[in-house]
Ligand binder design. Structure first.
Ligand SMILES: Nc1ncnc2c1ncn2[C@@H]1O[C@H](COP(=O)(O)OP(=O)(O)O)[C@@H](O)[C@H]1O
Ligand SMILES: Cc1cn([C@H]2C[C@H](O)[C@@H](COP(=O)(O)OP(=O)(O)O)O2)c(=O)[nH]c1=O
Length: 191
């Protein structure tokens, strides 16, 4: 089973994935961008914000996704695989960047994933105050520097995309405590 942890920067995905991995070391944990050797190089380019063309940026995220699918997801289909981000980020950030149609983005992402969408999405939803507090506590990469309004519009596009595609999902209140969220995820995943 393939599960995506999705949500905008600082909503708590990595914290929860780490807790889950501690309790269940048998879970295959991975991430996009950067879950493969190629992805590590792609991630460096993507986060240093040296790409001017939004299409070039999108295609590099998609290249990372295609490689990640073949190298990490496909060989482990029989196990529980949880990825810190995936194609919901791919669509959410691209829609917030403008100039892209949802139908085109769905088609491109299905192409990268050889038609195999994840089984479940756990989407963390935050609010402006929490986002501001948590972003204030870290060095911002090129994408995070695009600002609060940009990130909240990404979040809304992610939410709509999950609903439009009808993927089984859990919406998490990212402002809840770390322990409460952990328990909610354990219950949802039945692990
Ligand atoms: N539920 C929570 N309540 C308070 N702080 C949290 C919570 N979840 C995560 N944090 C803190 O917020 C910051 C960002 O969390 P992180 O898990 O790295 O987010 P993401 O992986 O989504 O970018 C970290 O400093 C983390 O300790
Ligand atoms: C997977 C993906 C990520 N992104 C963005 C989201 C993040 O800002 C960045 C990845 O950074 P990352 O450090 O993984 O995210 P986080 O701050 O949540 O730990 O790339 C896209 O724009 N498109 C995509 O397809």
């Amino acid at each position: 089973m393939v599960v995506l942890f999705e949500g905008i920067d600082t909503c708590g995905k990595s914290t929860q994935l780490e807790l889950l991995k501690q309790k269940h070391p048998e879970i295959i944990t991975t991430k996009e961008p950067g879950g493969t050797a190629f992805g590590i190089k792609a991630r460096e380019i993507l986060l240093e914000s040296s790409i001017i063309s939004k299409r070039a940026e999108l295609l590099l995220f998609l290249a990372d996704r295609a490689e990640h699918y073949e190298e990490v997801v496909q060989p482990n289909q029989d196990k529980l695989i949880i990825s810190d981000r995936g194609f919901i980020s791919g669509i959410g950030y691209a829609l917030a960047n403008g100039d892209f149609e949802l139908d085109d983005l769905i088609m491109l992402n299905k192409f990268a994933l050889q038609g195999n969408l994840p089984d479940k999405v756990i989407l963390f939803l935050t609010d402006i105050q929490t986002l501001q507090e948590r972003l204030g506590g870290k060095d911002l990469d090129g994408i995070e520097q695009r600002g609060l309004e940009y990130l909240l519009s990404v979040q809304e596009h992610m939410r709509q995309t999950v609903l439009t595609l009808g993927i089984p999902h859990l919406f998490i209140d990212a402002c809840d405590s770390i322990e409460n969220i952990h328990q909610t995820i354990l219950t949802y995943l039945k692990v």
